[in-house]
Design a protein around this ligand. Structure first.
Ligand SMILES: [Zn+2]
Ligand SMILES: [Zn+2]
Length: 113
């Protein structure tokens, strides 16, 4: 087990950006289908496969960025693209902020949750 290249925390729940992105795309199909192709672009930014440190438990591909950093990146990217209701759903469905001290707390302060 190795650390995430962005936050340098150990990756305890290795699910790669592509696998989480696939779940988010399924949700976007209902919520905002025009963002699906753009999400692929955002996902690819965080799936560089430079260090090959960890392996995703789902697809077994190597990954460098943790699920927290990926979903935080997507949340920031979505912030001006979705309504408050949809952003609220996103945080509820896809947050990997298990300690609820990062973006989950920020979303709470903003009244999203
Ligand atoms: Zn991270
Ligand atoms: Zn994967």
């Amino acid at each position: 087990m190795q650390e995430c290249v962005l936050c340098e925390e150990y990756i305890t729940n290795p699910l790669c950006p592509e696998c989480i992105g696939a779940q988010i795309k399924t949700w976007l199909l209902e919520a905002k289908p025009e963002l699906i192709d753009l999400l692929d672009l955002e996902t690819s930014k965080l799936s560089q496969h430079l260090f090959n440190k960890n392996f995703c438990i789902s697809c077994k591909k190597d990954m460098d960025v943790c699920s927290y950093c990926y979903t935080e990146h997507v949340l920031e990217w979505l912030e001006d693209k979705l309504s408050k209701e949809l952003l609220s759903d996103f945080v509820k469905f896809f947050h990997y902020d298990f300690h609820r001290k990062g973006y989950f707390e920020k979303a709470r302060v903003k009244g999203l949750i």
